[in-house]
Design a protein around this ligand. Structure first.
Ligand code: OAD
Length: 247
């Protein structure tokens, strides 16, 4: 399987990578689903929706402050770093992530499409005005937008909200054109992100999935690798370096 994927990298000039919570699991960031997942312990409708924010903004901010603290204490893992390296084998490379933890950027990746926003950014709940990243929000006294007075919220996508049109359109257009697509560490059930690998495959891309657990995508993948991304991706990059250094 490793050799086949090495060959696929060697033979393709464009690559799209979609990542989910699993790529950050080895950094110590909890995933959403699965036995230890956040959505097994907390109710998304009470924490990650606009109606939750309207009815209990204090609780929502306590939740996001806790998650900011969790991701603030962790570091990128070998999977994040290997993806930085991997881009050197392609003329065109797009990294699409559903994660809001900023770990791809911390690892040095560039041109990342953050489909679900970024947990460090803030914006106004009413007028969407972007506010500085370094604002600390007190859940008991939530700051107001300097423009319109609306409450400040984290700039992440909540359930039932639309994704940023420019970002999702770019993600689809890259997925339609790519020769190789990696789906890594995502349960592949939350759309529209989960449609990206399907779109790529329909347009003829070779589809590789890396996930210790099978997902609805596994049957469609040309290569399903049952492994942790922090173990498989560095192995892949090492093998590429040995056999076919980047052009
Ligand atoms: P999930 O928690 O649904 O799925 C994480 C996936 O990572 C699972 O399929 C695991 O098997 C896999 N996994 C766990 N450890 C891994 C490892 N070391 N290496 C590789 N894979 C591993 O997370 P997402 O698919 O990212 O949305 O969830 C999608 C969206 O649902 C999230 O962005 C979030 C969530 O609700 C919003 O908040 C809008």
């Amino acid at each position: 399987m490793l050799d086949e994927i090495v060959n696929a990298v060697r033979n393709c000039r464009s690559c799209v990578v979609l990542t989910g919570a699993g790529i950050s699991a080895e950094s110590g960031v909890p995933t959403f689903r699965g036995s230890e997942g956040l959505w097994g312990k907390f109710k998304p409708e009470e924490l990650a929706t606009m109606s939750a924010f309207i009815s209990n903004p204090k609780l929502v901010w306590e939740w996001y402050n806790w998650r900011r603290q969790v991701v603030g204490e962790v570091k990128p893992n070998p999977g994040h770093y290997a993806l930085c390296d991997l881009q050197r084998w392609f003329d065109r490379f797009t990294l699409i992530t559903q994660n809001v933890d900023g770990l791809h950027r911390a690892a040095g990746s560039e041109n990342i499409l953050e489909l679900h926003g970024n947990i460090y950014r803030n914006k106004c709940v009413d007028c969407n005005h972007q506010l500085p990243e370094d604002m600390d929000i007190d859940p008991d006294n939530i700051s107001s937008c300097p423009r319109c007075g609306g409450k400040i919220r984290p700039d992440v996508v909540w359930f039932g909200e639309m994704l940023d049109a420019q970002i999702i359109n770019k993600a689809f257009s890259e997925s339609e054109q790519t020769e190789l697509f990696f789906s890594i560490g995502t349960s592949a059930i939350v759309h529209p992100a989960a449609s990206l690998p399907i779109t790529a495959k329909r347009q003829g891309a070779t589809l590789v999935e890396i996930n210790p657990e099978m997902t609805p995508l596994s049957g469609l993948a040309d290569y399903y690798v049952s492994a942790k991304s922090g173990e498989f991706l560095p192995t892949l990059v090492e093998r590429l370096k040995q056999t076919s250094p980047p052009g």
